[in-house]
Design a binder for this molecule. Structure first.
Ligand code: VAH
Length: 317
């Protein structure tokens, strides 16, 4: 029985759908700080309002629901965290501590994501190793490194079965991302369909690791179901499906929409964050320890994104 925080977010909204389908609607408790009554996640199964800064309520909800698993997704992302770093530390770290405490007290299996944002400018940028220097210069990255260490601590000290992945930029057509540095790679598809052109906030050669959402959801489920004795690492595994630049994604969209055009207006804040992150990750540990294998590359993702987004935008239009 799985309790999830941050369910109205980019990952949460799709993970809840998938788990409700696979585990049964009544075995998933979705929570978020907001409760939009007409949202499918609210209407489609068990949903409770939860501010992850309220440990007591989190504990009560998990206990009442008889949860055996906690998936903690509520967090501020890299770009928005740079605008309010103190609040980002508070939400990302106190929220995580509360979720870990509930997992410890109720003996829950635990998942929370880290990010390529957990690496910094001194980290090797190409084939970034699983175990390497992590001195991020963003508040988001600092909370992700601290989060990785805290989750490993809760495993080593209290025996909590904590697991996590370092997500690359995630691309999806269902729910918009909430203020990340990789959001351009989602916005570009919307603009291609709505306007036929896009003004990219990052330089054309800015390479970052990326992944299509179906691969991200599969990764969470696969990592959580692998027998513990296969794990050498826990928090958190490098995973990625592709590494591309704005120039690459432009070309992949133009293959489907030749008339699509893009110009560049570099946003110094976003460029600074993106430049401090790896260009491409080494994902061997995830492949070896829990058979991680993504299915979508850039061309397949672009084809699927444009088809699904067109249907969605057309319905909404
Ligand atoms: C962000 N989408 O941009 C998130 C993610 C690797 C990127 O952490 O902050």
């Amino acid at each position: 029985r799985i309790m999830i925080t941050g369910c109205l977010g980019q990952i949460g909204s799709e993970l809840v759908d998938r788990l409700r389908r696979e585990k049964g609607v009544d075995n998933v408790l979705a929570t978020d700080i907001r409760k939009p009554e007409d949202h499918r996640i609210v209407k489609g199964g068990k949903f409770e309002v939860l501010d992850v800064l309220d440990e007591e309520r989190m504990y009560e909800l998990a206990k009442e629901f008889e949860a055996d698993t906690m998936i903690h997704l509520a967090s501020l992302l890299s770009s928005v965290a740079e605008d309010k770093p103190q609040i980002a530390w508070h939400i990302n770290m106190s929220g995580l501590m509360n979720a870990l405490e509930v997992a410890r007290k109720l003996d829950l299996q635990f998942f929370t994501p880290s990010s390529i944002g957990a690496f910094g400018p001194e980290t090797p940028k190409v084939s970034t190793p699983q175990d390497t220097l992590q001195r991020p210069k963003t508040m988001y990255g600092i909370t992700k490194v601290a989060g990785e260490l805290l989750c490993d601590y809760y495993h080593d000290k209290f025996g909590v079965d904590t697991r996590g992945v370092r997500f690359p930029g995630l691309i999806s057509y269902d729910t918009l991302p909430g203020g990340g540095t990789t959001d351009y790679a989602v916005e570009i598809y919307y603009e291609a369909l709505k306007a036929g052109k896009y003004v990219c906030p990052l330089g054309e050669d800015t390479a970052m690791d990326m992944m299509y959402m179906p691969d991200a959801i599969n990764a969470i489920i696969k990592l959580m179901e692998i027998p513990e004795d296969r794990l050498v690492h826990r928090n958190a595994f490098n995973i990625s499906a592709m590494s591309f630049t704005p120039k690459d994604i432009l070309a992949s969209i133009q293959q489907e929409m030749p008339e699509f055009t893009m110009t560049y207006e570099v946003n110094p804040k976003l460029q600074g964050i993106a430049d401090s992150w790896p260009d491409s990750l080494d994902c061997d540990a995830a492949a070896k320890e829990w058979d991680f294998k993504p299915e979508y590359g850039l061309e397949e993702m672009t084809k699927d994104m444009l088809v699904k987004l067109k249907a969605k935008l057309f319905v909404e239009a």
